[in-house]
Design a protein around this ligand. Structure first.
Ligand code: GLN
Length: 503
């Protein structure tokens, strides 16, 4: 079976016409995972049995001539920070190594009732903190175009799975670029919807005012189909709202759009091929009839500093719940607890002197030990940074100030959107970098988010679309651009992207 040219959009007819069955398709993807994932490392778990059963259910419905749901038989990969009831959900962290989800994320439930088949859970930077998937506790995901390079992150597993034909589509999350950047590095399409467009219920929270769940696929059309299946208001997420159904506008309407190009995004250090790629996208869109205009987003240069204050502040509070007892394997903990109580009896010096209660002291000891040992270095760094910026005495100087600058960054965009309908920009300053190249230098890694994080700070929708491939030595690497839209104007960026792709 030819997986390479298959799309979500074309699948439905193939299933109805009996070209192959959903079960055969799923089997083919599982085979592809077995063949390819040893060298890529996109999956943390593969649901061989349940995927087969779910695909057979779809086949039974086809046989009965039932009306098929929108994602009937679509084999998907799900980032491992999204809950699927009854399955392991680790967020690529040792602290959740034995956690089984007790409920479905709203997105999972929506995809399931739309007929999707879950192939497995994909790798990510621990708790989605990173831009390379090198911070996973369970190994690095490699770029399918060059296995010496990163797949990007944090949704590196989801992007690599789609790129290497190990899933027809995937779901990721984007807090500061985690869908768009790995999509760009792996040559697939990825969209971060507007903040509030997709329910976050059942997403393991990283930074709640920035997190959004979104789709990855081979084409803009596929991403549009997936987005349509997961969007909308949800009683379990008070920030979610009802949104317009997906509609791809006709070319006449697309020609009426004016696209802004922010001068602050073409900086020193922007890789030559990235610049060339973005210029090529602009040229192509111009031939479609779309108008362009230079714009200014003057506060762009404060975006990274702002993001790396607001985000860790929220991280430190969200991750407080992982105390090593809740969500953990209980026999291990009770053993630890017993050990510690014994240690207390021997008057261990780390136990608070003022505490008269041995159980209480033992509990603290568990917290310190578990959190210190089971969170990775990057997660600990962010918890410490976040705790610092929220501490009394520093709160105003860092956190309050960052919140103010966040408003200025958001205002830059709303000012720009008075003149233009959509903003076009690079996704990342460079193509996929080498594994290990930035892993010892957190600041260099953080700078990879320079073009994506502002969009999360402003809560806007943005889609990353591959534009070209460029050769370095023997290898070919993808380059992408992003289209940023007004709040809840996903249809604008999907339409421009869709026409770009079609031409
Ligand atoms: N690379 C960014 C970070 O490390 C974005 C992560 C994300 O979007 N989850 O925070």
């Amino acid at each position: 079976m030819e997986l390479e040219n298959l799309t979500i959009a074309s699948l439905r007819n193939k299933l109805i016409q009996g070209e192959f069955s959903a079960a055969e398709l799923t089997k083919e993807y599982i085979k592809s995972i077995h063949e390819n994932d040893e060298s890529i490392g996109a999956f943390l778990e593969v649901f061989e049995e349940t995927a087969k059963v779910n695909a057979e259910e779809i086949d039974a419905r086809i046989l009965k001539g039932e009306e098929l749901p929108p994602l009937a038989g679509v084999p998907l990969a799900i980032k491992d920070n999204l809950l699927i009831k009854g399955t392991r959900t680790t967020a690529a962290s040792h602290i959740l190594e034995s956690y089984d989800a007790s409920y479905d994320a709203t997105v999972t439930e929506k995809l399931r009732s739309a007929g999707a088949v879950f192939l497995g859970k994909t790798n990510l930077d621990e708790f989605a903190m990173g831009a390379s998937t090198e911070h996973s506790a369970f190994g690095v995901t490699k770029n399918p175009y060059d296995t010496e390079r990163v797949a990007g992150g944090s949704s590196g597993g989801s992007a690599a799975a789609v790129a290497a034909q190990m899933a027809l589509g995937a779901i990721g999350s984007d807090t500061g670029g985690s869908i768009r950047q790995p999509a760009a590095f792996c040559g697939v399409v990825g969209m971060k919807p507007t903040y509030g467009a997709v329910s976050r219920s059942g997403l393991i929270a990283m930074a709640s005012s920035l997190d959004q769940i979104g789709p990855l696929g081979k084409t803009v059309e596929d991403v549009a189909i997936l987005y349509d299946a997961i969007r909308g208001k949800d009683p379990y997420d008070a920030t979610s709202v009802e949104t317009d159904p997906v509609r791809i506008f006709n070319l006449e309407r697309v020609k009426k759009f004016t696209v802004g190009v922010p001068k602050e995004y073409f900086i020193d250090g922007l890789h030559e091929e990235v610049q060339r790629g973005v210029e090529e996208a602009i040229t192509k869109l111009k031939t479609l009839g779309v108008k362009f205009k230079e714009i200014s987003l003057p506060h762009t240069r404060y975006a990274i500093s702002t993001y790396y204050i607001v985000m860790p502040a929220e991280v430190s509070s969200n991750l407080a719940r992982f105390d090593g007892i809740r969500y953990a394997r209980s026999p291990h903990i009770s053993r630890t607890h017993a050990d510690l109580t014994r240690k207390y009896a021997e008057n261990d010096e780390r136990i608070p002197r003022d505490s008269a209660n041995p159980r209480w002291s033992a509990l603290w000891e568990i917290y310190f030990r578990q959190r210190g040992r089971e969170f990775g270095a990057e997660v600990r760094r962010r918890i410490l940074l976040g705790t610092f910026v929220l501490s009394s005495g520093y709160y105003d100087a860092y956190y309050t100030k960052a919140q103010k600058v966040r408003q200025l960054i958001a205002r830059d965009f709303s000012e720009a959107f008075k003149e233009v309908d959509v903003v076009l920009a690079p996704v990342t300053p460079t193509p996929a970098f080498k594994i290990g190249e930035k892993s010892d230098d957190p600041l260099a890694m953080y700078l990879a988010d320079v073009f994506t994080a502002p969009v999360n700070l402003a809560g806007l929708p943005s889609i990353s679309i591959p534009v070209k491939k460029y050769k370095i030595g023997e290898k070919t690497l993808p380059i992408a651009f992003q289209l940023i839209g007004k709040h809840f104007h996903e249809n604008d960026i999907l339409s421009i992207g869709g026409w770009y792709e079609k031409e």
